[in-house]
Design a protein around this ligand. Structure first.
Ligand SMILES: Cc1cc2nc3c(=O)[nH]c(=O)nc-3n(C[C@H](O)[C@H](O)[C@H](O)COP(=O)(O)OP(=O)(O)OC[C@H]3O[C@@H](n4cnc5c(N)ncnc54)[C@H](O)[C@@H]3O)c2cc1C
Length: 539
């Protein structure tokens, strides 16, 4: 079974590393030494309590899934301890794994999931569904207080493509299927899911549905929640299964109670999704806008005129500059390109990457009016290079994050969405809040998902890590950013979900009655309160 390192991203040794010149960037911009100052502890040095499940409970779990699928060795527990947020990685790198589940349980079928939930509900054992383990909102850390133990319910064995309906363009998946495997299986039918978050390599279909995730081409193909047709969910109170009809007027869609439920009411054991024909061709290219406001307004017009490409990603001045500074091979050529755009009057410039997928002819037909609109809006075409470079480096970021952590950097992201009218003000407010809380910090931002009424904003934050209280440093900055988002009436999460980290701001989004409804849903489906406690609904 493939596993990521317990303290970072990917398999050991996988992925690119920071280029030499990144050290100078860290010194100049953040006052860091630029060299490695902190390395993760070895697995043998991790702090871990002995597993605490009662023998009777363990035996019943073994009856449910088979003895070989109830694992409580140290390595397996450490690997299922947390997700991949900055706070998760800080704790894991320091060897603080006291929160590890007592056991990792690996069911193969819906009925086995139901049996595990029944056992845990009766015994008061918390259950944390585990897909790809890429949560960045504290969605995977098992709470211990008030429970007779905690298990991680690893869905990796439920990884079937159960059926493919080529005529209807639908497919039914097991929840634990990783996205690359889903794409490989669909490709045999000439189809694709076209859901590509940056966590693509590890994220699962069930995890994505449970968190309403968005991929790089969600502007063109829709977020995962827009493509879910039906779900089957095992809850401690029984099964909730919805119909896969293309549309229905039968009251509020119960499917929506499950999509985005983050394991708080039950376990998604099957998901039917809309799929698409394979794309024979791709075109990716770069444009420069003189300012973020110019670029964002051009994107608004593209979207509202029905001309948006599948991929649209506008970096602000800071993100454009930082991504060039940290770029590996090819970075020099791109820096030279940026100097040329400067000479053409585009100042520091904001890089816009656009991408189209489909038949060559169709791409041309869609691209022409979009390019004309961008030119009229004053943007500068920068050729295919920047688009191809972005696609090439798309999955490097999480690997480089590990290197940045080694060099004493605070590195984390914040994401939100709002209407076009409020986009600029929100970007300023969140950036100011983060810089205000952190002092010397580099805060870059991009728009990457377009809607007729607004867009997402995604911030990447770099600062020097406070050696004495690194978690407190980020918690304070995140609180400032979250408060700024709530004060602006924007969403606390566009695609990372709520987890435990965003619960404090949910009241501002859903209101008191909304929170009561969520709590009532949880209490009805999960009367013993064992399902991912503290996620989505405050404990
Ligand atoms: C480097 C990196 C890049 C990322 N890029 C993106 C991105 O581009 N777009 C995006 O939307 N997100 C992104 N994320 C966030 C994350 O990958 C997504 O939220 C993803 O949907 C999680 O999928 P997963 O299979 O890893 O789920 P997990 O992390 O295993 O689980 C996520 C949550 O859902 C619950 N859960 C998992 N499976 C089930 C199930 N079958 N039934 C019920 N509950 C379940 C878990 O308990 C947990 O609370 C990124 C994360 C990282 C670390």
């Amino acid at each position: 079974m493939r596993e990521q390192v317990f303290w970072g991203w990917g398999e050991p040794g996988a992925g690119p590393t920071l280029p030499e010149h990144a050290g100078a960037f860290l010194r100049d911009e953040l006052g860091l030494p630029g060299s490695v100052v902190d390395e993760p502890v070895a697995l043998a040095d991790v702090r871990l309590s002995p597993p605490a499940l009662a023998a009777g409970v363990r035996a019943r779990l073994e009856d449910a899934v088979g003895a070989e699928h109830v694992l409580d060795d140290g390595r397996t527990r450490v690997l299922r301890c947390r997700g991949k947020s900055y706070l998760d990685l800080l704790a894991q790198r320091s060897g603080d794994c006291e929160a590890a589940p007592d056991a990792v349980v690996r069911p193969a079928r819906h009925e086995q999931v139901a049996a595990v939930l029944a056992t845990c509900a009766e015994a008061g054992v918390a259950v944390v569904p585990f897909g790809g383990g890429t949560s960045v909102v504290g969605g995977l850390e098992a709470p211990r207080e008030g429970f007779a133990g905690a298990v991680s319910l690893d869905l990796g064995r439920m990884d079937a493509v159960e059926s493919v309906d080529v005529r209807s363009l639908t497919a039914v998946f097991g929840p634990g299927l990783r996205l690359p495997e889903a794409e490989r299986a669909l490709a045999q039918h000439g189809l694709r899911l076209a859901h590509v978050p940056q966590s693509f390599e590890w994220a699962t279909v069930g995890g994505c549905v449970a968190t309403r995730s968005a991929g790089q081409s969600s502007t063109g193909h829709g977020r995962i929640d827009e493509n879910v047709l039906a779900v089957r969910c095992a809850t401690p109170a029984g099964e909730l299964a919805t119909l896969g009809a293309p549309a229905s007027a039968a009251g509020p869609a119960l499917r929506e109670l499950v999509v985005g439920s983050e394991g708080a009411i039950g376990v998604i054991t099957r998901a039917a999704l809309r799929v698409r024909p394979l794309a024979p061709a791709h075109r990716r290219e770069g444009w420069f806008a003189r300012s973020f406001a110019d670029g964002a307004d051009a994107l608004r017009r593209l979207e509202q005129d029905g001309l948006a490409p599948d991929v649209a990603r506008l970096s602000d001045e800071t993100e454009t500059r930082v991504s060039l500074a940290l770029a590996g091979p090819g970075g020099a050529a791109r820096r030279a390109g940026l100097a040329a755009t400067r000479a053409l009057g585009y100042g520091d410039g904001c890089l816009l990457v656009l991408g189209w997928e489909g038949e060559d002819r169709g791409i041309g037909t869609r691209r022409r009016p979009a390019a004309a609109l961008l030119r009229r809006a004053g943007l500068l075409y920068a050729g295919r290079g920047p688009g191809e470079a972005w696609a090439h480096a798309r999955f490097a970021g999480p690997h480089l994050r590990d290197d940045l952590l080694d060099r004493g950097t605070l590195v984390e992201t914040v994401e939100t969405a709002t209407s076009w009218s409020k986009l600029e003000a929100l970007r300023d407010a969140v950036g100011d809040a983060l810089r205000g809380a952190l002092g010397q910090a580099v805060v870059g931002c991009h728009v990457s998902h377009l809607y007729a009424t607004g867009a997402s904003l995604y911030f990447t934050v770099l600062s020097a890590r406070d050696g004495a209280d690194p978690a407190g440093q980020w918690t304070a900055a995140k609180r400032a950013a979250g408060d700024a988002i709530a004060a602006a009436g924007a969403t606390i999460t566009h695609h990372h979900a709520v987890g435990r980290d965003h619960v404090p701001w949910l009241a501002a989004e859903d209101g008191p009655l909304g929170l009561e409804l969520l709590r009532a849903l949880k209490e009805r489906c999960d009367p013993a309160g064992i399902m991912n406690p503290g996620v989505l609904v405050a404990g």
